[in-house]
Design a protein around this ligand. Sequence first.
Ligand code: URA
Length: 209
Amino acid sequence: MAKVYVFDHPLIQHKLTYIRDKNTGTKEFRELVDEVATLMMFEITREMSLKEVMVETPVASAKAKVISGKKLAIIPILRAGIGMVDGILNLIPAAKVGHVGLYRDPQTLKPVEYYVKLPSDVHERELILVDPMLATGGSAIAAVDSLKTRGAKNIKFMCLIAAPEGVEEMKKAHPDVDIYIAGLDEKLSEQGYIIPGLGDAGDRLFGTK
Ligand code: URA
């Protein structure tokens, strides 16, 4: 069963408050999303495996540790997921970046894939799928479907804010995908907005309406 982690680190919670604030403008919103993505990634990387190596210090030989195990790829769901990429790259600059683009069909209301570009060795990498908002779960579930169809085996999902409804749907659809959240909110509105949430993440990141 998927594990769900809600990061209660004071810095993450503090910055998330200003991200939520409707008076926070585009520039500051972007910077804060970037910073929270870095802090969340710092928490996620706690689980990375290490291997022992020898290093020559100016004084002596020493046993030391470096990160081992699977290489990472970051996969933003277009378009709002893009806002979380640089923050993660601050910590893992060598990570590859793939993209999944989905839109919602106005008739069926189901997500439709319109763009997918992934690293060729996606089946060997640990993937961090990112989208600031986990609302109904429709996009995240479809994005994971799309990654798995292309051979991905090891996926984590990271978002800023989630609705309980979306978390439940995601856990049901993809029990192998752990979910990392900064804020677990109350519920979804009838229009599919997370309450209290932060509004439309894409519009606030890119200054559109
Ligand atoms: N997507 C958003 O950007 N905001 C929400 O509240 C829900 C989905």
